[in-house]
Design a protein around this ligand. Structure first.
Ligand code: PHB
Ligand code: FE
Length: 346
């Protein structure tokens, strides 16, 4: 049965016409899903797609993407607090972290839109934007769909609205202060705590390291098996901090299928491939023009420059160590040209 549809503005309406429509639009639902606004942006989902609408050149532009891809990307923005730099949901829409504020953009980092005056950017205070995107996620994620899970380990994102999945969407980055397993710090993972070994890592040793401290140093030495810890990750493409040394953060993660965002770096990031293989597509951060493809096999190390965007593809669940530099002020120093976008000259 077809549901009553909200009055949808066409491409020839002016932005003013649409604003007048917003109140009635918001009172209605499409396929059971609420329609949202964020500043002048309108966001609407149906059984298969999400459509984002923005004003440009006195008209409305719209962009449609698959609902599962949108929700996987939105989940990362929620859980990571907009992450470092740019989170492109696809080649058209996304967010840029201004640290305190956040920019939502449509076509801004897509040459065809931007060069033709069709791009749009709106800046929000971070808490207000975060509140709204959490509401969207809560309404648009159906029962059985986990936006952090690998596609073969979760149900479908599609169809008419049915239920919700509060447990899945309330996951945040594990807040480790120094290392998991230190008393008072984030926990290690075990069967008892609901973290069984993932099917892809059945061959990973579950032995713990033996700690032998010299007399007088008991309680000051800590170690855990990172392979064991990662073999029990229940999520994909979710770097979580496992060691903190001043501004140096080790953020390992397990990866399967496609990184749900195209990340635009605002600092250099180092990748160490710990197992299996990831193929990275690397483009210019500003324009999206292709730059390189990097295939990383176990033991490979790469420095991802500060002026690129990248997206990873993993055929089989793999382990990746992302090494982040959390030094404040880095984005500005790159922007001013004080630092080169690559870390080493050979
Ligand atoms: C990255 O963009 O650097 C990134 C993001 C998420 C991952 C891995 C790498 O899971
Ligand atoms: Fe990145």
């Amino acid at each position: 049965m077809t549901q009553p549809r909200p009055r949808t503005a066409t491409l020839t309406s002016t932005a003013e016409d649409v604003r007048a429509d917003v109140a009635s639009l918001l009172a209605q639902r499409v396929a059971g899903y609420k329609v949202f606004t964020l500043g002048k942006l309108q966001l609407q989902r149906d059984e298969y797609f999400v459509t984002v609408t923005w004003p440009a050149k006195g008209q409305l532009q719209s962009h449609t993407l698959s609902a599962d891809a949108f929700l996987r990307a939105l989940m990362r923005d929620v859980a990571w607090g907009f992450f470092y730099g740019t989170v492109n949901f696809d080649q058209v829409i996304g967010t840029r972290n201004l640290y305190g504020q956040v920019e939502f953009f449509c076509g801004r980092y897509n040459d065809a839109y931007h060069q033709n005056g069709l791009s749009y950017v709106e800046v929000f205070d971070t808490p207000a934007a975060m509140k709204r995107i959490k509401e969207i996620l809560a309404d648009w994620v159906n029962e059985g769909f986990d936006p952090f899970a690998a596609p073969v380990e979760t149900g479908s994102a599609f169809g008419q609205k049915h239920g919700g999945n509060a447990k899945a969407i309330e996951r945040y980055r594990v807040p480790t202060r120094r290392m998991p397993g230190i008393p008072g710090d984030s926990p290690l993972r075990s069967d008892e705590d609901g973290f069984p070994v993932n099917r892809a890592f059945a061959d990973v040793s579950q032995d713990d390291p033996r700690i032998e401290a010299e007399p007088g140093f008991e309680g000051e030495l800590h170690a855990f098996s990172l392979f064991k810890y990662l073999s029990r990750s229940d999520v994909t493409w979710n770097p979580s901090v496992t060691s903190v040394c001043k501004q140096s953060l080790f953020c390992p993660t397990t990866e399967e299928y496609i990184l749900p965002i195209v990340h635009g770096n605002d600092r250099v990031e180092w990748f160490v491939q710990l197992s299996d293989e990831i193929s990275w597509e690397i483009r210019d951060r500003e324009t999206g023009r292709p730059r390189a493809r990097v295939v990383m096999k176990p033991g490979d190390v790469a420095a991802m420059p500060a002026d690129i965007r990248h997206q990873g593809f993993a055929r089989k669940r793999s382990m990746l160590l992302v090494w982040e530099n959390a030094t404040p002020d880095l984005p500005r120093r790159y922007e001013r040209g004080e630092l080169k976008p690559w870390p080493i000259d050979f």
